[in-house]
Design a protein around this ligand. Structure first.
Ligand SMILES: *[C@@H]1O[C@H](CO)[C@@H](O)[C@H](O)[C@H]1NC(C)=O
Ligand SMILES: *[C@@H]1O[C@H](CO)[C@@H](O)[C@H](O)[C@H]1NC(C)=O
Length: 182
């Protein structure tokens, strides 16, 4: 009899807990539903970056080398703000921009090329919207950059990005970005 009573008093407690869990789950759903933009759930993204070397969107004289005699190109920085498009054609749907800079970090005593790139991608395809931050070594052949964070749909993003030169017909250069999020 005592056991029965205990069981009966446990059931309402369990029910209350269950209801509380259900309520908090629906509360979470409501919060995320109104929390536009939608979090990015897929693990890959691909887009193109358009570079017109004549446009004011690129400045190779952002910061000059420290002293070319003593330090080669060390310290030279390029500033860029380029369009991001859905397809390889510059006139295809614009999805955003990539803005940032590269700094030459090699000098005469350390002659291998070491171009540090720091950039931010602003992305909006109508469903996913936000920014993600890039850092790494820019190279002629293969550039792989680390994704170190983000905002909006890409909050807390981690991953890497591979840059491939797909069109090299001056004054136009088009790069493809293959993005993998962990
Ligand atoms: C980037 O996009 C803007 C606005 O759509 C356009 O005016 C500009 O010409 C584009 N720049 C390049 C280099 O394609
Ligand atoms: C660059 O460095 C060399 C060697 O130290 C020096 O002779 C020259 O004056 C420097 N040039 C400038 C512009 O500072």
């Amino acid at each position: 009899m005592e056991k029965m009573l205990k069981l009966h008093s446990i059931i309402p407690v369990a029910m209350t807990l269950l209801i509380a869990v259900l309520l908090s789950e629906s509360a979470i759903t409501l919060v995320s539903a109104s929390n536009y933009p939608r979090p990015f759930r897929f693990h890959r993204l691909q887009y193109y970056v358009q570079l017109d070397v004549r446009s004011p969107g690129i400045s190779t004289r952002f910061i000059p080398p420290i002293n070319t005699t003593r330090s080669a190109n060390f310290g030279a920085a390029t500033l860029f703000a380029l369009n991001v498009t859905k397809d390889v054609a510059p006139a295809s749907q614009q999805l955003g921009a990539v803005r940032g800079y590269t700094v030459e970090t090699s000098y005469l005593g350390f002659p291998d090329s070491a171009l540090l790139e720091v950039a931010m991608v602003e992305y909006d395809d109508g469903i996913y919207k936000g920014t993600f931050q890039l850092q790494g070594l820019a190279q002629q052949q293969l550039t792989e950059l680390a994704i170190t964070g983000g905002s909006g749909s890409f909050r807390g993003a981690r991953g890497y990005l591979v840059v491939t030169l797909v069109v090299d017909q001056l004054p136009t250069r088009t790069f493809r970005h293959d993005v993998t999020f962990f």
